[in-house]
Design a protein around this ligand. Sequence first.
Ligand code: ZN
Ligand code: ZN
Ligand code: ZN
Length: 173
Amino acid sequence: MGQLDQPTFERMVNAGCSACGHPTVEIQSYIDRTVVVMAAEPNDAGKWAHDGEKFVDGTYRIACASCAHVVFTNSDCPRCHATGGLTRALAETNRMAVPKRCPKCSELELLAIAFVPASARYGGGETPKPKPLAELGDPGYHVIAYACDGCDRAIVAEGCPLCAAPGPLRERP
Ligand SMILES: [Zn+2]
Ligand SMILES: [Zn+2]
Ligand SMILES: [Zn+2]
């Protein structure tokens, strides 16, 4: 499980800001995003590939949308819980390069799956809509795997794709 379990997460976001009482909080979470990559260049803006449980699981910061008071934060890696791993994940750039072609069948189009930091507002009637905080190539954006439709091959990062710790990775919902 992540740093917060579902009941703790719900209690925190439903309570709003503990400093000023504002109902809306800004949540930051590491969540899954897929992007089509053509000859090693992104071919679309990408799309989210997570569900609500994964959003809760990747949450690393909750702050008031009005006064910026931080309700929750944890600097450990959201994926493997290595100490200080979040700081490394957000500061470092992608370690898993997507090749120009599939190494097996030479297909040019590959599907990359990444962990991307996102921010979403919750509370006060707003529907949470995560916004990516980084694009491929920016610090914080980490490819975790890529797959080829042509030959059904998938390559997964070794160790923790977020902070580069040797792992083990924890279970996700
Ligand atoms: Zn506040
Ligand atoms: Zn990690
Ligand atoms: Zn292939």
